[in-house]
Design a protein around this ligand. Sequence first.
Ligand code: SIN
Length: 279
Amino acid sequence: MTSSIVVKPLAGSLGAEIFGVNLSTELDPATVAQIRRAYHEHLVIFFRDQDASDNDLARFARYFGELAILPPHRQHPGSLPELLIIDKKPEDSLVFGWEWHSDTTHLEIPPLGSVLAARLLPAVGGDTMFANQYMAYDTLSDGMKAMLKDVRAVHSNGHILASLEADDVLAPGQGYNSHTTLSAVHPVIRTHPDTGKKALFVNSLHTERFDNMTVAESTPLLRFLFEHATRPEFTCRFRWYPGSIAFWDNRCCQHLALDDYPGQRRLMHRVQIRGTRPE
Ligand code: SIN
């Protein structure tokens, strides 16, 4: 039976809650089409009160594309090879995704999007923020848009590995041995393959410098772009409850996991959908 979903925007810039869908069952094509429309319109969509297993998350994500398999060091024996477990334990100081970013842009083909489910939450805190990168592009001056039109940037996971080492999560040198340092070059302005809209595509967690330029030359303008991309009026903030699920579009929004629940545990399960080369 075809259901009619209810879409409630969460903020003026992006984000909407979707009601009338049960993600623990198969969805009919008409319902998936409605969800896809809401996803394209709101960039990140949220579901509440779901009783979805990891397999349910994977089935839901597959309506939107193939799942991305994780590198071996990220996989957990006994769980789906596509399942990323984000587990901040009370004794951990570093929160996964603590700076604004799009997921794994150090890869040649970053994911299309991710589906994230809450499994265990702190009593309070641990919200996730999202920022609309179409708006970030649209609000640049014509001069800046023209200047950035054909510019490309180098993205890497070096900053993440260095932070993990600095925080004693990885022993000195361990990050660079057991987790390969990877980098990729992407356009600074990308065009969304489905909507045809342009989005700013740099983020402070991964973008190191402009291609063919030094870090020193790149940093002032990149700093401006990082700040501009996450201006408060481009954002929404999502509060998690048991049964909450988020599904974001990695091609046109950034996100940030708030680090405001020291001494508590937060456990999240995520699957990623394979993307296409940013163009
Ligand atoms: C992430 O995917 O970067 C983590 C988001 C979160 O845990 O809220």
